[in-house]
Design a protein around this ligand. Sequence first.
Ligand SMILES: NC(=O)C1=CN([C@@H]2O[C@H](COP(=O)(O)OP(=O)(O)OC[C@H]3O[C@@H](n4cnc5c(N)ncnc54)[C@H](O)[C@@H]3O)[C@@H](O)[C@H]2O)[C@@H](O)CC1
Ligand SMILES: [K+]
Length: 586
Amino acid sequence: MPTSNELSLKTTMPVGLYSSKQLYVIEQAWFAQGNNSFALMQQAAWQMVKHIEILYEEKCLNEQLAKQGIASRPVNRPCRVSVWVGKGNNGGDGWLVAYYLQQRGWQVQVITVGFEKQDFVIKDNIESSNEDNKNPIADATKALQLALSADCKYRCFENIDDRSMSALPADVYIDAIFGIGFNRAASAIYQQAICAFNEAAEHVKALVIAVDIPSGLVASTGQVFERVAIAADVTLCLIARKFGLHTKDGLDYSGAVIDIPLIPHLANDNALIPIATLINSPNRLKPRRQNSHKGSYGHVLIIGGNHIDNSQGMGGAAILSASSAMATGSGKITVACHKAYHGALLTSLPDAMSMDLHDTQGVKRLIKEASVIAIGMGLGRDEKAKLLFTEYLQAAVAEGKPIIIDADGLYHLASLHRENHMLIAELKTHSKTYQVCLTPHSGEAARLLNKKVDEIENDRLAAITEGAAIYGGDWVLKGAGSLILEQQSAQAHVYVCGVGNAGMATAGMGDVLAGVITGLWAQDDLKHELRSLHQAVIIHGLAGDVLVNQTRNNDDNLLLVGQRGLQAQDMPAAIRHVMHLITDSL
Ligand SMILES: NC(=O)C1=CN([C@@H]2O[C@H](COP(=O)(O)OP(=O)(O)OC[C@H]3O[C@@H](n4cnc5c(N)ncnc54)[C@H](O)[C@@H]3O)[C@@H](O)[C@H]2O)[C@@H](O)CC1
Ligand SMILES: [K+]
């Protein structure tokens, strides 16, 4: 997570993300060109060994610095590594890593998971076993045989009650149990092995390195079953970056990701077009024209903030959206919220104009005037709110306006879809000409798609694709590693947001995001790319990162704040700060 000072300097390139299926296609294309699969495994293992040595050196150095010069690297004994291998080719990588590290003087212990006694019988002629390159498991067998012939020490994992496992001393733990072949809940022995690995590595404070992907994490979706996966400090990602490392559970298990590309990709091959793109940096903005006025930067209309039956109040949602839109630099803001909140709105945001949410003629007049409309934040879910939503959405479509639908707006949209309301078809048609954006979290997406939340979470890419196909428009599926789908020239492109933090998992953050999108869209002095949906999501995430890293108190000293307790109301100031950092100086 960058600090606010680094933000102004650091720009990272977008990274293509791939599914397991695509990874296998890439590998097979490489082998079909006559390249040897075992040679690829050897190359992978040797490159990983070089990284492991450097990573371990770095860890020792950092610990040494932390202890003010007291050496933590073992001086009188070899470095110790515990390599846990499964039966697939990921395990094959592990056997070769063990073999090479032993040759480099490391003290090696291999822990095998799921193996039978006969798997360890030394074979006489391993060279001839895989000449035709057609049986991929033969590579793993060959790797095992090589390691055994070099007398690598190994033990079979029996079960989690085997206490000697938890006491295994090692400086580095390598996870090579599962790779991209893992796609369902692990069977009992593997679950136990993964838990034992995590416990043992934590117990001895070892550096944990995952080969290709942490075992237990599904490469194509980022799903972890029942929280059983290797918690890696570093993942050495082979051939191409896996989608699952960067969304959903992937962020909690992968640690730092280091790419080991191994083979060239053919960028013009359709099979190799990434399923998504990881983005961490916003596009930079130019300073504003001197000769401009508030009308040059758009008029935002926020419709939300209802007060239902004099009991339930949601005025804050609309106010948060409005302040966030303003913080991005939109020229003019009107908030159509319940009259009960007009006082609060003017107190917290005197720059905004107000309109009574229930004055339908007044709001529709504003819809005509506004450049962008955001609807739904704190709108309420009762029938009256639904009628308002339908009427205002219809008006915005009829007026040909860019529309952002969030929160309770999404709730009503799902109902309208179930009722087969014409408005859904009209919205979809509208989205082909005008910008439309839906911003659900997985609960809202589940309602929109008539699915269970788990179904959405287990394949977020499929969910966002299906949502855009049904309702049209661009989508943000919020959550860890938010997905952004943009319909670009009749093709959908998915981005994964690589910034933001768990402190942002708090009420009101969604309203803030809706505000950022609306505020950017209103500023049509900015080129399309500079006010795109992914730009808005990145700015929102960076603002959250700025807040949990540092902020300034009145004495201009740095005040360190963490994730817990982060409030949505803190965001507008941080958004404004990010807008400043990403704007070139005059
Ligand atoms: N020569 C090659 O083919 C190369 C392979 N590579 C490695 O190979 C890996 C992929 O190898 P594989 O396709 O063999 O896949 P894995 O090594 O992930 O293992 C698949 C094995 O695990 C089993 N399995 C999957 N899910 C399971 C579950 N939930 N419970 C129990 N068993 C389960 C499968 O039945 C299969 O036997 C990559 O991640 C990468 O590490 C790299 O070394 C590059 C070269
Ligand atoms: K692994």
